[in-house]
Structures are given as structure tokens and as C-alpha cells.
Design a protein around this ligand. Structure first.
Ligand code: 13P
Length: 341
């Protein structure tokens, strides 16, 4: 198959109607925090068994087209000795891999970050492709500080990193998920978030074009347009959906393969309601779906850590189904009344 067709086909499967991605790619530091919060010891075996549970849960394949894995996980096996990536493939779920090395302090720019991980990335991509990864993820973070941040250095350094990563991914036949996350931290208004998201997207798509990345074989993982978490003026679900959709339509090329959202600290129900409202509005040129970590896993991990394995499974499938309905614009609050956990 031609290289371009392979990328387009993988992206199409990732964005299949009513399906989305599970982000299970928490780095060593992040998973340590999540486990600590529920009183779980952060051992390699606990990480393996918890993630084995997420990946092999019967029925998750109805709602998930892909799962983003951390390097440690793609090298692990289930209890029967099957590589965890193969466990996903056997269910028709595409294994994805987080390849960035994290956000580090941006030199000369206090309070800002740039994502590292380009060194040796070509070789790592060829290894991940052999292990079965169909797509990859690279996350950049953009911090808003009222009127002062982000700096133009932050926009451009992060966009360049994302574009160089995306080019290397496509070269290896792997679909790049480009994730420029505009952080929720701070007391900025929704209007300020709109402005920063717009500029982030403009800078990113210009950088991708510069590197000759094939846009039809790229998935954008976006934050939503929201007021900062300490902003007194809260926004309705409808406003968040309208502003996010407007911003994306104006600043994302129509030939992009699709958009998946991160939850970024929203509650489970907020993340679902926002996605649902966007799909109810409709009119986007690309599929809009989910790529949540916390908004799916938070209730699940808590129950799993407490030894409530059946309830953890029910909670997991419930959140996956809620987000699948939202990807169709067919979720309602009534669905949440039917909790089985
Ligand atoms: P959250 O949904 O918890 O924001 O995580 C998504 C993710 O992959 C961040 O990189």
C-alpha cells in the first residue's frame, strides 16, 4: 500500500463513527501521582495489571478505536504472555504510543515549557512500528498568564517540535496525533483562552506545512475553549461548545483527518457534555471525538484500587459508552442516571 494511503487508512479507523481513544499513556511521574491519590503502591506490577485491565476489558472495543500507551506498557505482556499491544490488536483496537519526553522549562522564558524528545526519535519510531504502533502522540503545553503569557517563543518552539515529530512519525508510517494543550490553570477568561487557542493552532498548522507534513494523515488532539479554572465567570456547556467549534473551524484546515479532545481537568460529566454539545451543533468538516485520560479513568482507578473490580469495569464501560454517545451527539444527562457503579 502507498505510504499516504496507509496513514489515511489508519486515521480513518481511529476516527470511526462513535469511537474514540483512551489515553493510558501517563508518564512515570504522572501515574505515580494518580496511584498515590487512590492509595495504590506504584510498582511495575501494579501498573501492568491495572493497564492490562483497561486494555483487555470485555466490550471496550465497541467504543474505543485506539489506546495511547506509555513506553513501559508497549513492552509489557498480559498474564498469559501476550504482548499488551497484541491484546489490543486482537480486538481491532489500534495501539498508539506516547513518544515525547515531557515538557521542560523553556530557556529564558520563566513559567513556560517546551516539549523535548526529538533526539533518536527516528530509531524509536522504527522500533515502535515493529511493535505494532499505528499512531503516536506528542503533547506540548501552553500556559496562559493573563495578558503576558504565552510568549511568541513558546508558541513557535512548541509548534516546531510538534511539526518535526509529525514528519518523523509519517516517515515511519505512523499517524501523528499532535497535541498542543492550552492549560486550564489560571483565572483567564474564555475570550483569552479563545485567542490563545487560535494563535496556537495557527502557529502549529503553519509549522506542519513548513515541514511538508501530510495534513490528511494528522489527528489534532485539542483542548477546549474554556475559562481558566480560577475564573469567576463560568461558561455554559453551550458556550464552550460554540466557542470551541468556532475556533477550530476558523483555525484548523478542513482536510485534517480529525479532532480528538483531551479532558484536561474537566470532570467526567463536563468532558462528555461538551463533546456531545459540539456534535449536536454539527457542521464541522472533521469527526470530533474523545481522547480522554482522567475523564474516563478517574472513577475507574478509584474502584479498581479499592478491589471493586466488577464496579470498576462497569464504571469504565459506562464512561466509554457515554463518550461514544457524545461522539454521535446522542448523550443526555439521563444516561448518567443509569450508573451501575
Ligand atoms: P486528560 O484527558 O487527563 O487531559 O489526558 C489526556 C492526555 O493524553 C494528556 O496528554
Amino acid at each position: 500500500m502507498k505510504f499516504e494511503d496507509k496513514l489515511k487508512n489508519t486515521a480513518k479507523v481511529m476516527l470511526a463513527s462513535g469511537k474514540g481513544l483512551l489515553a493510558a499513556d501517563e508518564s512515570s511521574n504522572t501515574i505515580a501521582k494518580r496511584f498515590e491519590a487512590v492509595g495504590l503502591e506504584n510498582t511495575e506490577e501494579n501498573r501492568r495489571t491495572y493497564r492490562q485491565f483497561l486494555l483487555s476489558a470485555p466490550g471496550n472495543e465497541a467504543f474505543l478505536s485506539g489506546v495511547i500507551l506509555f513506553d513501559e506498557t508497549i513492552r509489557q505482556k498480559n498474564d498469559n504472555g501476550t504482548p499488551l499491544a497484541d491484546v489490543l490488536k486482537q480486538k481491532g483496537i489500534i495501539p498508539g504510543i506516547k513518544v515525547d519526553a515531557g515538557a521542560k522549562d523553556l530557556a529564558l522564558h520563566e513559567g513556560e515549557k517546551v516539549t523535548e524528545g526529538l533526539d533518536g526519535l527516528r530509531e524509536r519510531f522504527s522500533e515502535y512500528a515493529k511493535m505494532g504502533a499505528g499512531f503516536a502522540k506528542w503533547r506540548a503545553v501552553i500556559t496562559i498568564e493573563r495578558d503576558t503569557l504565552p510568549s511568541s517563543a513558546c508558541y513557535s518552539a512548541n509548534a516546531d517540535g510538534l511539526a518535526r515529530y509529525a514528519a518523523l512519525a509519517q516517515e515511519a508510517g505512523i499517524v501523528p496525533v499532535v497535541e498542543p494543550e492550552v492549560l486550564l490553570d489560571g483565572d483567564h477568561s474564555i475570550e483569552r483562552c479563545y485567542e490563545v487557542t487560535a494563535k496556537t493552532l495557527d502557529t502549529l498548522f503553519a509549522a506542519l506545512k513548513n515541514q511538508d507534513v501530510m495534513i490528511e494523515g494528522v489527528v489534532l488532539k485539542s483542548s477546549m475553549v474554556l475559562p481558566g479554572k480560577d475564573c469567576k465567570d463560568r461558561a455554559t456547556v453551550q458556550t464552550v461548545a460554540e466557542q470551541t467549534l468556532k475556533c477550530l473551524k476558523e483555525h484548523v484546515p478542513a482536510n485534517l483527518a480529525g479532532v480528538v479532545f483531551l479532558s484536561g481537568g474537566q470532570t467526567e460529566e463536563e468532558a462528555t457534555a461538551h463533546l456531545d454539545a459540539m456534535n449536536k451543533l454539527g457542521g464541522a468538516p472533521w469527526p470530533l471525538t474523545f481522547s480522554y485520560s482522567r475523564a474516563i479513568q478517574n472513577p475507574v482507578l478509584k474502584l479498581w484500587a479499592a478491589g471493586e473490580k466488577e464496579k470498576a469495569l462497569a464504571a469504565y464501560l459506562h464512561r466509554c459508552q457515554a463518550n461514544s454517545l457524545a461522539a454521535h451527539g446522542k448523550w443526555s444527562e439521563n444516561f448518567e442516571a443509569n450508573h451501575l457503579y
